[in-house]
Design a protein around this ligand. Structure first.
Ligand SMILES: *[C@@H]1O[C@H](CO)[C@@H](O)[C@H](O)[C@H]1NC(C)=O
Ligand SMILES: *[C@@H]1O[C@H](CO)[C@@H](O)[C@H](O)[C@H]1NC(C)=O
Ligand SMILES: *[C@@H]1O[C@H](CO)[C@@H](O)[C@H](O)[C@H]1NC(C)=O
Length: 390
């Protein structure tokens, strides 16, 4: 006789499979329908944080626990030398000796006591560490994209991020750049004398903390707010902290600020740092695999993981994606024969950046934004239209 019914065991199995898939839907209603953008292996490698971050956090912890600040008179008592020190234990043994981490010339009159400077520095280190440790525990770094408008105060209809490429020389892009609602410039690049090509308007000055340290070392004693405002004193500065010791420069520059020369400073969120790092490393890995044919795991033979880092320009672009309805990039390419910077004679590109990989990222933003990895993890965020102008 022909069996018309499924055997009971098979029926049970079928039922349990159905209920399993039903439960998955109930329990994971937000599972994306698309698979994550980009190559899964490269994504995994890019998301693993490098030893560079460990070192920065260890430096911050050491300064918080063991750092000391002392000042000594100089220049007829109008200025003082300020030393930030850490105890250094020599490998040969013996008692620790103080090692100078940073030395600044500071004014006598406007600066608070050594003790209260140290207290402000420690408060700043503490919140830096807390911010970075929090994101390490949760790792939803892309969530920062939706919070950026609040961090920057508002959203902007049009933004220009102005890179410092020598390609801008002779471009006559100035008026086009200045027509944007928000103009972001990088690392205090000079505009005086270049207005026709790079514009004159600046709404946000994006720097890495080496730039602030240079300002502090040069002018903490003589200029309010360390004179770190080539675009006008009221233009806010967004800063990525590459060395925790530079948080002391921020404390000192803030302490010497005046109403006429304020020091509006925004530190980049730890999640924005991590997100930029992941994207930069992903594109560098992808380029390495495409150009060498070697396995992605061999990437470290070309790039030293301890120093590999995204450029300031790239982080400014990621920030702009979060606050702008339209983003235009200027001065990011380097055609053959162009100078590295429009405003300096620097010849060599820094080894720690992979500029070519960053250009790949900008090209994807313009032509294939849905393929950009990690940004797709930001719930409720869509990449705005991006336009590359060479
Ligand atoms: C502070 O200094 C002590 C003594 O040199 C050292 O053992 C300790 O590891 C240091 N703390 C940090 C957080 O680096
Ligand atoms: C900057 O200086 C102002 C006024 O002296 C002070 O109220 C503020 O807390 C300082 N900010 C930081 C981050 O140190
Ligand atoms: C990858 O690196 C290993 C070890 O350095 C090396 O032996 C190997 O040849 C490399 N593979 C390729 C395809 O470059």
């Amino acid at each position: 006789m022909k069996r018309r019914h499924l055997p009971p065991v098979l029926l049970l199995l079928l039922l349990s499979l159905l209920s399993l898939s039903f439960r998955r839907r109930i329990l994971h209603p937000q599972q994306p329908l698309r698979s994550p953008a980009g190559d899964p292996l490269l994504r995994r490698l890019a998301a693993a944080e490098g030893s560079e971050v460990d070192q920065v956090l260890a430096d911050a912890a050491a300064l918080l626990v063991n750092g000391s600040i002392s000042t000594f008179p100089s220049f007829g008592n109008r200025q003082r030398f300020l030393y930030l020190r850490l105890p250094y234990v020599r490998p040969s043994g013996g008692p620790p000796r103080p090692r100078t981490v940073s030395r600044l010339r500071v004014p006598v009159s406007t600066l608070p006591s050594d003790g209260s400077l140290l207290a402000s520095f420690r408060a700043s280190l503490r919140s830096f560490l807390a911010d970075h440790r929090r994101h390490r525990r949760h790792s939803h770094v892309a969530s920062v994209m939706r919070e950026l408008p609040a961090l920057l105060g508002r959203r902007y209809p049009t933004c220009a991020v102005v890179g410092n490429s020598g390609a801008l020389l002779g471009s006559n892009r100035g008026p086009q750049i200045d027509a944007h609602a928000l103009v972001i410039r990088l690392n205090n690049a000079r505009v005086a004398g270049y207005a026709a090509d790079v514009g004159a308007k600046t709404s946000l000055s994006f720097v890495n903390s080496n730039i602030l340290h240079l300002c502090a070392a040069r002018a903490a004693a003589t200029a309010a707010g360390c004179g770190c405002h080539p675009y006008g004193p009221a233009v806010p500065m967004a800063m990525y902290v590459c060395q925790p010791a530079h948080l002391l420069d921020a404390v000192v520059c803030n302490a010497t600020a005046t109403a006429a020369s304020p020091f509006p400073l925004l530190l980049t969120d730890a999640r924005l740092d991590a997100l930029s790092a992941r994207i930069a490393k992903y594109y560098s890995l992808r380029r390495f695999v495409a150009h060498t044919g070697g396995p992605a795991s061999n990437w470290t033979s070309k790039h030293d993981e301890r120093y590999f880092h995204y450029s300031s320009g790239m982080q400014a672009v990621v920030m702009a994606l979060g606050v702008c309805e339209q983003v235009s990039l200027f001065g990011f390419g380097k055609p053959a024969g162009a100078k590295h910077h429009y405003h300096t004679n620097q010849k060599k590109e820094l080894d720690l950046h992979d500029y070519a990989a960053e250009y790949d990222f900008y090209h994807d933003l313009q032509a294939r934004p849905e393929t950009v990895p990690f940004l797709d993890e930001a719930q409720g965020f869509t990449v705005p239209p991006v336009r590359l102008n060479w």
